[in-house]
Design a protein around this ligand. Structure first.
Ligand SMILES: [Zn+2]
Length: 273
Protein backbone atom coordinates (compact mmCIF):
# COMPACT_ATOMS: atom_id res chain seq x y z
CA UNK A 1 0.00 0.00 0.00
CA UNK A 2 3.06 2.17 0.30
CA UNK A 3 3.58 4.64 -2.54
CA UNK A 4 5.30 7.98 -3.07
CA UNK A 5 4.46 10.88 -0.78
CA UNK A 6 2.92 14.00 -2.27
CA UNK A 7 5.76 16.53 -1.93
CA UNK A 8 4.56 20.06 -1.31
CA UNK A 9 7.51 21.74 -3.00
CA UNK A 10 7.01 19.78 -6.22
CA UNK A 11 3.45 21.00 -6.76
CA UNK A 12 2.32 23.76 -9.09
CA UNK A 13 0.02 26.36 -7.59
CA UNK A 14 -3.13 24.76 -9.03
CA UNK A 15 -1.97 21.48 -7.49
CA UNK A 16 -1.48 23.18 -4.12
CA UNK A 17 -5.03 24.46 -4.36
CA UNK A 18 -6.25 20.98 -5.26
CA UNK A 19 -4.34 19.38 -2.37
CA UNK A 20 -5.98 21.80 0.06
CA UNK A 21 -9.41 21.11 -1.47
CA UNK A 22 -8.83 17.39 -0.89
CA UNK A 23 -8.53 18.20 2.80
CA UNK A 24 -5.10 16.62 3.02
CA UNK A 25 -3.17 16.73 6.28
CA UNK A 26 -0.01 18.81 5.88
CA UNK A 27 2.86 17.01 7.62
CA UNK A 28 5.70 19.31 8.66
CA UNK A 29 8.94 17.68 9.89
CA UNK A 30 10.90 19.82 12.36
CA UNK A 31 14.34 19.06 13.78
CA UNK A 32 17.76 20.60 14.35
CA UNK A 33 21.41 20.10 13.50
CA UNK A 34 23.23 19.26 16.70
CA UNK A 35 26.17 17.19 17.98
CA UNK A 36 25.23 13.54 18.53
CA UNK A 37 28.44 12.13 19.96
CA UNK A 38 31.56 11.13 18.01
CA UNK A 39 29.70 8.33 16.20
CA UNK A 40 26.58 9.95 14.67
CA UNK A 41 26.27 12.77 12.12
CA UNK A 42 24.91 16.06 13.41
CA UNK A 43 21.79 15.54 11.31
CA UNK A 44 20.54 12.66 13.49
CA UNK A 45 17.33 14.39 14.57
CA UNK A 46 16.69 15.71 11.08
CA UNK A 47 17.38 12.43 9.31
CA UNK A 48 15.22 10.42 11.70
CA UNK A 49 12.31 12.87 11.59
CA UNK A 50 12.40 13.16 7.81
CA UNK A 51 12.46 9.39 7.42
CA UNK A 52 9.52 8.87 9.77
CA UNK A 53 7.51 11.55 7.95
CA UNK A 54 8.45 10.21 4.53
CA UNK A 55 7.22 6.75 5.46
CA UNK A 56 4.02 8.05 7.05
CA UNK A 57 3.14 10.18 4.03
CA UNK A 58 4.00 7.32 1.66
CA UNK A 59 1.67 5.00 3.58
CA UNK A 60 -1.04 7.69 3.59
CA UNK A 61 -0.27 9.14 0.17
CA UNK A 62 -3.90 9.99 -0.64
CA UNK A 63 -4.53 11.81 2.63
CA UNK A 64 -1.37 13.84 3.21
CA UNK A 65 1.06 16.33 1.74
CA UNK A 66 4.67 16.36 2.97
CA UNK A 67 6.32 19.71 3.61
CA UNK A 68 10.09 20.21 3.36
CA UNK A 69 11.67 19.69 6.77
CA UNK A 70 12.53 22.68 8.94
CA UNK A 71 16.20 21.80 9.55
CA UNK A 72 17.22 24.32 12.20
CA UNK A 73 15.87 24.44 15.71
CA UNK A 74 16.61 25.55 19.23
CA UNK A 75 19.87 24.19 20.69
CA UNK A 76 21.73 26.98 22.52
CA UNK A 77 22.70 24.69 25.41
CA UNK A 78 24.66 22.50 22.95
CA UNK A 79 26.87 25.25 21.58
CA UNK A 80 29.97 24.12 23.51
CA UNK A 81 30.11 21.27 20.99
CA UNK A 82 30.95 21.92 17.35
CA UNK A 83 28.01 21.59 15.00
CA UNK A 84 24.72 22.97 16.28
CA UNK A 85 22.96 25.71 14.34
CA UNK A 86 20.70 27.31 16.91
CA UNK A 87 17.86 29.69 16.22
CA UNK A 88 16.55 32.07 18.90
CA UNK A 89 13.51 30.58 20.62
CA UNK A 90 11.20 33.39 19.55
CA UNK A 91 12.44 33.49 15.94
CA UNK A 92 12.10 29.73 15.72
CA UNK A 93 8.59 29.72 17.18
CA UNK A 94 7.51 32.52 14.85
CA UNK A 95 9.06 30.77 11.86
CA UNK A 96 7.25 27.51 12.60
CA UNK A 97 4.02 29.45 13.13
CA UNK A 98 4.42 31.26 9.83
CA UNK A 99 4.75 27.96 7.97
CA UNK A 100 1.40 26.90 9.41
CA UNK A 101 -0.39 30.20 8.85
CA UNK A 102 0.82 30.18 5.24
CA UNK A 103 -0.69 26.73 4.77
CA UNK A 104 -3.91 27.92 6.41
CA UNK A 105 -4.01 30.87 4.04
CA UNK A 106 -3.85 28.42 1.13
CA UNK A 107 -6.82 26.49 2.47
CA UNK A 108 -5.25 23.65 4.45
CA UNK A 109 -7.32 22.93 7.56
CA UNK A 110 -5.32 20.10 9.08
CA UNK A 111 -1.63 20.14 9.86
CA UNK A 112 0.79 18.21 12.01
CA UNK A 113 4.22 19.36 13.09
CA UNK A 114 6.34 16.25 13.68
CA UNK A 115 9.28 17.25 15.84
CA UNK A 116 12.38 15.15 16.51
CA UNK A 117 14.45 17.40 18.78
CA UNK A 118 13.60 17.59 22.47
CA UNK A 119 14.33 21.25 23.07
CA UNK A 120 12.10 22.25 20.16
CA UNK A 121 9.09 20.57 21.65
CA UNK A 122 7.39 23.22 23.75
CA UNK A 123 8.14 25.81 21.06
CA UNK A 124 6.65 23.69 18.27
CA UNK A 125 3.61 23.06 20.43
CA UNK A 126 3.28 26.82 20.89
CA UNK A 127 3.60 27.39 17.15
CA UNK A 128 0.86 24.84 16.46
CA UNK A 129 -1.35 26.55 19.00
CA UNK A 130 -0.74 30.00 17.56
CA UNK A 131 -1.80 28.80 14.12
CA UNK A 132 -5.08 27.57 15.57
CA UNK A 133 -5.67 30.81 17.45
CA UNK A 134 -5.16 32.84 14.32
CA UNK A 135 -7.22 30.43 12.21
CA UNK A 136 -10.01 29.08 14.45
CA UNK A 137 -11.24 26.64 11.81
CA UNK A 138 -7.82 24.95 11.51
CA UNK A 139 -6.70 21.84 13.37
CA UNK A 140 -3.02 22.40 14.01
CA UNK A 141 -1.17 19.86 16.16
CA UNK A 142 2.36 18.99 17.23
CA UNK A 143 3.92 15.71 18.30
CA UNK A 144 7.19 14.00 19.06
CA UNK A 145 7.81 10.41 17.97
CA UNK A 146 7.55 7.36 20.24
CA UNK A 147 5.69 9.36 22.86
CA UNK A 148 2.31 7.59 22.84
CA UNK A 149 1.53 4.76 25.27
CA UNK A 150 1.89 2.30 22.36
CA UNK A 151 5.17 3.83 21.27
CA UNK A 152 6.58 3.85 24.78
CA UNK A 153 5.61 0.20 25.20
CA UNK A 154 7.74 -0.68 22.17
CA UNK A 155 10.60 1.42 23.57
CA UNK A 156 10.43 -0.57 26.81
CA UNK A 157 10.32 -3.89 24.94
CA UNK A 158 13.34 -3.04 22.81
CA UNK A 159 15.64 -1.42 25.33
CA UNK A 160 18.47 -3.10 27.19
CA UNK A 161 19.77 0.03 28.90
CA UNK A 162 18.70 1.30 32.29
CA UNK A 163 17.01 4.68 32.79
CA UNK A 164 19.28 7.33 31.28
CA UNK A 165 20.38 5.03 28.45
CA UNK A 166 17.97 6.63 25.99
CA UNK A 167 18.65 10.34 26.30
CA UNK A 168 20.60 11.66 23.34
CA UNK A 169 22.82 9.98 20.70
CA UNK A 170 21.74 6.96 22.70
CA UNK A 171 20.62 3.37 22.34
CA UNK A 172 17.41 4.59 20.66
CA UNK A 173 18.63 7.28 18.27
CA UNK A 174 21.71 5.29 17.27
CA UNK A 175 19.59 2.20 16.59
CA UNK A 176 17.23 4.16 14.35
CA UNK A 177 20.09 5.76 12.45
CA UNK A 178 21.62 2.29 11.96
CA UNK A 179 18.31 1.14 10.50
CA UNK A 180 18.17 4.11 8.10
CA UNK A 181 21.81 4.39 6.99
CA UNK A 182 24.33 2.08 8.68
CA UNK A 183 27.24 3.44 6.63
CA UNK A 184 26.79 6.87 8.23
CA UNK A 185 27.24 5.53 11.77
CA UNK A 186 30.73 4.84 13.14
CA UNK A 187 30.04 2.31 15.89
CA UNK A 188 33.80 2.09 16.63
CA UNK A 189 33.48 5.61 18.07
CA UNK A 190 30.32 4.96 20.09
CA UNK A 191 30.85 5.28 23.85
CA UNK A 192 28.41 5.09 26.72
CA UNK A 193 27.97 8.07 29.00
CA UNK A 194 25.21 8.39 31.55
CA UNK A 195 25.59 11.57 33.56
CA UNK A 196 25.77 11.09 37.30
CA UNK A 197 23.72 14.19 38.07
CA UNK A 198 20.37 12.49 37.53
CA UNK A 199 18.24 12.95 40.61
CA UNK A 200 14.90 11.69 41.85
CA UNK A 201 12.70 13.99 39.78
CA UNK A 202 15.12 15.50 37.26
CA UNK A 203 16.41 12.82 34.93
CA UNK A 204 16.73 12.41 31.22
CA UNK A 205 15.64 9.44 29.19
CA UNK A 206 13.21 8.97 26.29
CA UNK A 207 10.72 10.57 28.65
CA UNK A 208 12.21 12.97 31.18
CA UNK A 209 11.55 13.49 34.86
CA UNK A 210 8.81 15.84 36.00
CA UNK A 211 11.24 18.42 37.37
CA UNK A 212 12.39 20.29 34.26
CA UNK A 213 16.08 21.21 34.27
CA UNK A 214 18.26 21.90 31.27
CA UNK A 215 21.73 23.24 32.09
CA UNK A 216 24.48 23.66 29.50
CA UNK A 217 25.00 20.23 28.01
CA UNK A 218 28.78 20.27 28.55
CA UNK A 219 28.20 20.55 32.30
CA UNK A 220 26.93 16.98 32.47
CA UNK A 221 28.25 15.19 29.35
CA UNK A 222 31.82 15.27 28.05
CA UNK A 223 31.11 13.43 24.80
CA UNK A 224 27.72 14.97 24.08
CA UNK A 225 26.18 11.53 24.57
CA UNK A 226 23.50 10.78 27.13
CA UNK A 227 22.92 7.07 27.02
CA UNK A 228 24.25 3.74 25.85
CA UNK A 229 24.78 3.82 22.09
CA UNK A 230 27.01 0.71 22.32
CA UNK A 231 23.77 -1.28 22.80
CA UNK A 232 22.33 0.04 19.53
CA UNK A 233 21.50 -2.33 16.68
CA UNK A 234 19.82 -1.89 13.32
CA UNK A 235 17.26 -4.53 14.32
CA UNK A 236 16.17 -2.49 17.31
CA UNK A 237 16.13 0.56 15.07
CA UNK A 238 13.83 -1.10 12.57
CA UNK A 239 11.38 -2.05 15.30
CA UNK A 240 11.45 1.48 16.74
CA UNK A 241 11.09 3.09 13.32
CA UNK A 242 8.11 0.90 12.43
CA UNK A 243 6.49 1.78 15.76
CA UNK A 244 7.10 5.51 15.21
CA UNK A 245 5.62 5.35 11.71
CA UNK A 246 2.47 3.55 12.82
CA UNK A 247 2.12 5.89 15.80
CA UNK A 248 2.32 9.04 13.69
CA UNK A 249 0.14 7.57 10.95
CA UNK A 250 -2.42 7.14 13.73
CA UNK A 251 -2.10 10.82 14.62
CA UNK A 252 -2.61 11.79 10.97
CA UNK A 253 -5.71 9.60 10.64
CA UNK A 254 -7.11 11.07 13.82
CA UNK A 255 -6.52 14.63 12.61
CA UNK A 256 -8.18 13.81 9.31
CA UNK A 257 -11.24 12.32 10.99
CA UNK A 258 -11.79 15.06 13.57
CA UNK A 259 -14.48 17.67 12.92
CA UNK A 260 -13.03 21.11 12.32
CA UNK A 261 -13.42 23.49 15.25
CA UNK A 262 -15.55 26.63 15.15
CA UNK A 263 -15.91 29.40 17.70
CA UNK A 264 -19.38 29.80 19.26
CA UNK A 265 -21.32 32.05 21.56
CA UNK A 266 -21.17 30.94 25.19
CA UNK A 267 -24.46 29.87 26.76
CA UNK A 268 -25.44 28.70 30.19
CA UNK A 269 -26.55 25.19 29.30
CA UNK A 270 -24.80 22.55 27.18
CA UNK A 271 -26.31 21.42 23.93
CA UNK A 272 -28.72 18.49 24.08
CA UNK A 273 -26.95 15.31 22.91
ZN1 LIG B 1 18.79 13.65 18.82
Amino acid sequence: MSSEPLLYERLTWPQVRAAAAEDRVAVIPVATLEDHGPHLPIDADLRITKEICRRVTADLAEETVLLPAIPHGYSPHHMDFPGPITIGWDTFTRYCTDVGTSLARHGFHRMLYVNGHGSNQNLVEMAARLVGLEHPDVLSAACFYLGSPEGLTVVEEVRESERGGMGHACELETSIYLAIDPDAVDMSKAVDEIPTVQSEHAWMDWTDGSLKLMPWWSSFSRTGIHGRPTLATAEKGKTLLDAAVSEIAGYVRELRARPLPSRREPRETPEAP
